[in-house]
Design a protein around this ligand. Structure first.
Ligand code: C5P
Length: 426
């Protein structure tokens, strides 16, 4: 194998690395083996750089049949390596040992796409090209993730599945495959995940698994209380905080179910979602799911009242100027009910409540914690959080108060997960 990428002057990457990105400071070796999914690796490379990672690309000869090193070099801003005989300096070392140097400072190797043949090579310790040689020679402290990409029959073949099982047994993180149309015209399992999914999986991989083994139930968003078939009462909750908590809990290794009121947010990857509308529907879903949950985070803004007798038909103006009168009935307090359940009282279910206030946050949050009977209450200022991408939280428990200063909702959700895990002994 003597394919050597000639040195070229490279423009700076299209997207300058963001120091505050999800992968800021991470050094990722992105390996490409042969497959049509190589076209997605270009977008993945760009996404990794945009997320703040330093990306070093290594390609096999087969990968270069599908996409050129020039593309990956431009996107990563680093020279691409493809041959073990490449005499260029690798990772600042000029000893002609790219297979060693490229991984010594790496935080992870991600092979995407990983072809069936490349996975076979990994299983058997093959080392006849730079990428496999480098994977074999990596320190055991450098994690290896592979994103399989192949035709559905190849993926389903027992030989491939044996190799996947062996790779997992060897400690390699074999990521999922996608499902759907394939380049060959067939439909089924085996597509490589999309760039944003792979980015998410890598970000998740780096998060400590402090909620592993936990069944986390999260409620999020507003509820919608019907007045008649076309009108209803809702509130300004965007659901963003609850969705971020569901994502953070999943990143932390939990099995997560999200019960969402009417919001248009995408479901966090790996999270099970149940959509509901009214408080009563939300209660039904949560009461059932709480029977098998170990943590319940009640971030939904549940309507306090609902119209007592919603009309079956649209309430019509009769032209007289008369306005309808609405009578209300109180909604059940879902959180208080679950927090008072036997499982919660016996410590099998840890409940976390939220309080959206407009003033005197600490006083209201402390009072609400006692009133709802929850061990942890998270206070935030409603007008400052509804619809925003960032927030500030006040955590109140029996020992006192922890303040989480203003940050993105995802960052706060991750901090909240740490606080929950600490209290659950995680
Ligand atoms: O009483 P308040 O609405 O301020 O309490 C907020 C907390 O209680 C949130 O955690 C919210 O999800 C939950 N809640 C509930 N059922 C209600 C009202 C609020 O579970 N009917």
């Amino acid at each position: 194998m003597n394919h050597t990428t000639s040195p070229t002057v490279v423009p700076s990457p299209t997207q300058a690395p963001s120091p505050s990105g999800e992968l800021a400071g991470r050094r990722v070796v992105l390996g490409l083996s042969g497959g049509i999914a190589c076209y997605k690796a270009a977008e993945l490379c760009r996404a990794l750089v945009k997320a703040g990672a330093t990306v070093q690309v290594v390609m096999t000869d087969a990968a270069m049949q599908f996409i050129t090193p020039v593309t990956l070099q431009a996107l990563s801003g680093q020279p691409v390596f493809s041959s073990q005989w490449d005499p260029r300096e690798a990772a600042g070392v000029g000893n002609n040992m790219a297979h060693i140097n490229l991984t010594r400072e790496a935080d992870a190797i991600l092979v995407a796409p990983a072809s069936a043949d490349f996975m076979k090579k990994l299983v058997h310790g093959g080392a006849d090209d730079l990428l496999s040689l480098m994977c074999l020679a990596r320190p055991q402290t450098v994690p290896l993730l592979v994103a399989p990409a192949m035709n559905r029959e190849m993926w389903a073949n027992p030989a491939t599945q044996r190799n996947v099982a062996q790779l997992r047994a060897d400690g390699v993180q074999v990521l999922d495959v996608g499902q759907g149309d394939q380049a060959c015209g067939e439909v089924g399992d085996g597509r490589m995940l999309e760039a944003d999914e792979l980015l998410y999986d890598l970000v998740r991989f780096f998060q400590p698994k402090i909620l592993a083994g936990q069944q986390v139930l999260v409620s999020a968003g507003p509820t919608y209380e019907a007045i008649d078939p076309v009108r209803g009462i809702t509130n300004l909750s965007s659901g963003k905080m609850g969705f971020a908590i569901a994502r953070a809990a999943h990143e932390a290794g939990a099995d997560v179910t999200l019960v969402a009121g009417p919001v248009a947010l995408p479901t966090p990857r790996g999270v099970r979602r149940v959509d509901v509308k009214s408080a009563q529907e939300m209660q039904l879903a949560l009461d059932t799911l709480a029977l098998s949950a170990t943590v319940f985070v009640s971030a939904a803004a549940v309507a306090d009242w609902r119209p007592a007798a919603p009309a079956n038909q649209k309430i019509k103006k009769d032209g007289s100027g008369a306005v309808p009168t609405l009578a209300f009935t109180e909604n059940p307090d879902i959180l208080a009910g679950i927090a008072g359940s036997e499982r919660a009282r016996h410590g099998l279910l840890y409940c976390v409540g939220f309080a959206a206030e407009s003033h005197d946050l600490l006083t209201h949050a402390q009072a609400k914690r006692v009133r709802k009977g929850v061990p942890l209450l998270v206070g935030n200022l409603g007008p400052a959080t509804f619809g925003q991408d960032d927030n500030a939280l006040l955590l109140v428990d029996e020992h006192g108060v922890v303040e989480l200063p203003r940050a993105s909702k995802l960052s706060l959700a991750r901090q909240l997960v740490v606080e929950i895990a600490r209290r659950r002994g995680g």
